[in-house]
Design a binder for this molecule. Structure first.
Ligand SMILES: Cc1cc2nc3c(=O)[nH]c(=O)nc-3n(C[C@H](O)[C@H](O)[C@H](O)COP(=O)(O)OP(=O)(O)OC[C@H]3O[C@@H](n4cnc5c(N)ncnc54)[C@H](O)[C@@H]3O)c2cc1C
Length: 551
């Protein structure tokens, strides 16, 4: 349901406003189905990740017994599947909706150390996050890219505080930093952020930005390439075993068929649903979550004029900051952090959330109004309930993760951040592998996520190819940044059908080939999978005229 009076359409947790850009798509999604040409297997760098591999995977799941069954296809579950498979364990993963349909596709899309956790004295968490940020930047340089971040500080006292914080932050990042902070004059700030009402002095530092849903897909694809069997739209409805957990009852949400998956260890990586899934087994106490809602608003092109991200103090003087971040040709801003007790499957963007974010944006960018908002999304953080946390604000609860074992055979992991998923997976698999009698060591620090080699080298090669196809150089950058090594596959598909090199709708950067790839190599089964998570069309304010399943 929309919280606003303007006409809007909610789709997969993302809302697009009709006053943004035209709703509808030039070409029906079915027309983008790409058939592999006979003999095309020569081009495959990895196994396709599609409806066909999903069907084959479900058949295997029903027949085999695995070392590990992972429940949940968010970043945590995908990371665990990759880590466990790379150690030589046999792994199956089931996701009730789509990969990244939960929190992992609704984050602020930052791979960051968490500068503000320093205020809470969480040095260990910041150190770990900064280390992981550096690792991800190396493993997926096309997808995890440094973004300049500005903090405004007109007065001396604030400048001294920020300088000290940033210096400490970069010391913790030593050896893996992605860029050093500099003090910037008001003129430099105005150049980077032309829409600011009152440019002031401040600091520029660096974090990384990613596409959270695409990162999750890359990790899932890497897990499959390593040997894991994965299926989206496959829901766990029960846990098997008596006294010890030996597998799960699963329903294929596309066909309605039920089957059982047997495994020596079952991992519950279901984020905010973890308490619920753990509750399917007798004697699984201990998992206690305090979901916290975070909301983002997306602004129309040109409404919030900035070329860099900005950390803006909230207008409520509550000590919190919101991030204002460029995305394609628009800007998104968020997030709120409020305790949540509603429907876990469908968190809404309420009036209060919207007003909170809008007020912080308007304070810096005068003239921006609610009419400039073209889309929004809400997500739930799986924060750990803490004994004695009482009425603590959600923003005060730690972003640390925790592992709960029990009953025998079941492991639940929750909490944490997108940024720290790899180390969370390492912790969990260390534990499971030891209980299963040992396996190889963790290898995920060295497994590239979708791109072998440097992004710059890939862009150079892609530029030659897209020029040959008569496309602009920016297409090369887009294909590499979104598809890594698969830019070659994209170029080949465009070469065979030039219309795939055109945008799916006038004025949007998303190309037809992206929809085709979503189906043939990214296991997108429904319109929602394509619009919300593979192409992010909903972030740009576009939803299909009818959301139908197209298996
Ligand atoms: C607003 C917001 C902003 C954030 N911003 C950032 C950020 O900028 N940087 C950062 O590092 N972190 C950020 N985070 C935190 C980060 O997004 C989460 O910690 C992370 O995505 C959690 O991933 P997960 O895999 O544990 O959970 P999820 O992504 O929710 O995955 C759990 C999956 O389990 C599936 N599932 C549930 N029940 C079942 C079942 N019965 N059978 C099968 N599957 C099931 C769900 O469908 C879901 O896909 C943010 C969080 C929020 C809410």
């Amino acid at each position: 349901m929309c919280a606003y009076s303007r006409q809007c359409k909610t789709f997969g947790g993302f809302t697009a406003f009709a006053s943004g850009i035209g709703i509808g798509i030039g070409r029906g999604l079915d027309e983008y189905i790409f058939e592999e040409a006979p003999g095309a297997s020569y081009y495959r760098l990895v196994l396709t990740f599609s409806a066909q591999t999903r069907t084959a995977g479900l058949t295997r799941m029903a027949e085999d017994r695995f070392d590990v069954l992972v429940i949940g296809g968010g970043i945590t579950g995908a990371g665990i599947a990759l880590d466990a498979t790379a150690r030589g364990l046999s792994v199956a993963l089931v996701e009730k909706d789509d990969f990244a349909a939960g929190t992992s596709g609704r984050s602020s899309r930052l791979v960051h150390g968490g500068l503000r956790y320093l205020e809470h004295g969480e040095f260990g968490l910041v150190l770990q996050s900064l280390r992981e940020r550096g690792i991800l930047f190396r493993l997926a340089p096309h997808l995890v890219r440094p973004v300049p971040m500005y903090m405004l500080a007109g007065d001396l006292r604030r400048r001294a505080t920020y300088r000290a914080g940033l210096t400490g932050y970069e010391m913790l990042a030593a050896g893996r930093n992605v860029g050093y902070h500099t003090s910037v004059r008001a003129g430099q700030v105005a150049e980077a952020i032309p829409g600011l009402g009152e440019p002031s002095r401040g600091f520029r530092y660096f974090e990384c930005q990613t596409d959270d849903a695409r990162l999750t897909i890359e990790v899932a694809r890497a897990a499959q390439a390593a040997g894991a069997v994965l299926a989206n739209h496959a829901r766990v409805t029960g846990l098997l075993g008596d006294g010890r957990v030996t597998g799960a009852a699963v329903t294929d949400e596309i066909t309605g068929q039920g089957f059982e998956v047997r495994a020596r260890a079952v991992v519950n990586a279901t984020g905010i649903w973890a308490e619920r899934v753990a509750g399917l087994a007798d004697g699984s106490g201990g998992v206690q979550l305090r979901p916290s809602k975070g909301v983002h608003l997306v602004f129309a092109p040109g409404a919030v004029r900035t070329t860099a991200a900005v950390a803006a103090p909230s207008a409520a003087h509550d000590g919190r900051y919101i991030f204002i971040v460029p995305w394609e040709d628009r800007v998104y801003a968020g997030t709120t952090d409020t305790p949540y007790r509603g429907d876990l499957d469908d968190p809404e963007v309420g009036e209060a959330d919207r007003d909170y974010i809008l007020a912080a944006v308007v304070r810096l960018f005068p003239g921006v109004t609610g009419d400039d908002v073209v889309a929004s999304w809400a997500g739930l953080r799986p924060l750990l309930g803490q004994d004695g946390a009482g009425d603590a604000k959600s923003s005060d609860l730690s972003r640390k993760h925790a592992i709960f074992a029990g009953p025998f055979g079941l492991y639940t992991i929750t909490g944490g951040k997108l940024t720290t998923y790899r180390v969370m997976a390492e912790d969990l698999v260390d534990r499971v592998a030891a209980d299963l009698g040992g396996s190889g060591g963790c290898r995920t620090r060295e497994i590239p996520l979708g791109l072998h080699g440097s992004a710059a080298a890939a862009v150079r090669l892609a530029r030659d190819e897209v020029r040959r196809l008569g496309l602009p150089p920016r297409t090369a950058v887009r294909l590499v940044q979104r598809y890594g090594d698969d830019w070659r596959q994209a170029a080949r598909m465009i070469g065979e059908d030039l219309i795939l090199g055109e945008p799916v709708a006038d004025g949007l950067p998303v190309l037809g080939v992206e929809v085709a790839l979503a189906r043939s190599r990214e296991m997108a089964l429904t319109d929602e999978d394509i619009y919300v998570r593979r192409t992010r069309l909903t972030t740009l304010g576009l939803t299909p005229s009818a959301g139908s399943r197209q298996p």
